[in-house]
Design a protein around this ligand. Structure first.
Ligand code: CP
Ligand code: NVA
Length: 311
């Protein structure tokens, strides 16, 4: 796998072999870190961390991942820089590209992260946009591999807002990696048809089956049930509507019983709103795996930086 100089803005741009390569590298970096071994692959590299939206895991993962490999991370929050308000995205990108070796961006528009790629000339990593959250999928898949030993043939069911960044990115990743993927949501919250079609094309290659359903019975046979907040950052005005639309799709004991399996695990990208998308008791039962998943953000994000920018 040679990803040097590449940006990481959506999983659409990566082959299954490249995604697997990043997962293998992350597992290796994780094992090394557990033995107290860090690296110097990012020595002399300066990395900009742009955050238009708040973050706990992603910011921490990029910061620690960079420091562990000898690089210098610089946090640039919404109020700290001119991006998009006093200066065009293009010009900010040109400036940052002259000073930094890599740029992480978390924010609203996918178009912004694409412009950063185009005008900075350095690798850009998507730390979440309204449309996609690709680094999260690497952590989710590393966690599935740790739990089940493989990805291919697993059934992953996403219950919740089926058209948000998480649902979109999970569908792309699952379709590429041969994971059967079901979105369980009311029809008005299903992903865009063109993205579903694209993922069904990927799925033909990998053998995965993509299903969209409003019926809770579609959870049957799930190896993992995934959920995310009903109201993503920037959509706070939709909170009341989402609660009424998504209440039937809450991840609770009754839904888990419908899998028909004792071995089903629950994943959540976090932060969680307990009592909405997941009940407190179900969250507590799966706390170990959910926080393995959170920790894996760091190992997988480190892998992305090392693979695209490291020596
Ligand atoms: N899962 C995730 O992206 O968490 P943060 O919003 O805390 O970065
Ligand atoms: N869908 C959520 C993911 C948070 C990690 C959001 O965008 O707020």
């Amino acid at each position: 796998m040679n990803l040097k100089g590449r940006s990481f803005i959506t999983l659409k741009d990566f082959t299954p072999e490249e995604i697997q390569g990043l997962l293998d590298l992350a597992a290796d970096l994780k094992a090394k870190k557990k033995q107290g071994i860090t690296g110097d692959s990012l020595k002399g590299k300066n990395i900009a961390l742009i955050f238009e939206k708040p973050s706990t895991r992603t910011r921490s993962a990029f910061t620690i991942g960079c420091l562990d490999e000898g690089g210098h991370p610089e946090y640039l929050g919404r109020e700290d820089i001119q991006l998009g308000h006093k200066e065009s995205v293009e010009d900010t990108a040109r400036v940052l590209g002259r000073m930094f070796d890599g740029i992480e961006f978390r924010g609203f528009k996918q178009d912004t992260v694409e412009k950063l790629v185009k005008y900075s000339g350095v690798p850009v990593w998507n730390g979440l946009t309204d449309e996609y959250h690709p680094t999260q999928i690497l952590a989710d898949f590393l966690t599935l591999i740790e739990q089940f030993g493989h990805l291919k043939g697993l059934k992953l069911v996403f219950a919740g807002d089926g058209r948000n960044n998480m649902a979109n990115s999970l569908m792309i990743g699952a379709a590429k990696m041969g994971v059967h993927f079901t979105i369980l949501a009311p029809k008005c919250l299903w992903p865009q048809e063109d993205l579903v079609e694209l993922c069904r094309e990927y799925a033909k290659e990998s053998g995965s089956v993509i299903t969209l359903s409003e019926e809770l019975s579609a959870v049957e046979g799930a190896d993992a049930v995934y959920t995310d907040v009903w109201c993503s950052m920037g959509e706070e005005d939709k909170a009341a509507e989402r609660v009424s639309l998504l209440r039937p799709y809450q991840v609770n004991k009754e839904l888990l019983a419908m899998t028909g399996k004792d071995s089903t695990i629950v994943l959540h990208c976090l932060p969680a709103v307990k009592g909405n998308e997941i009940t407190e008791d179900v969250f507590d039962s799966f706390v170990d795996v959910i926080f393995d998943e959170a920790e894996n953000r760091m190992h997988t994000i480190k892998a992305v930086m090392v693979a695209t920018l490291g020596k």
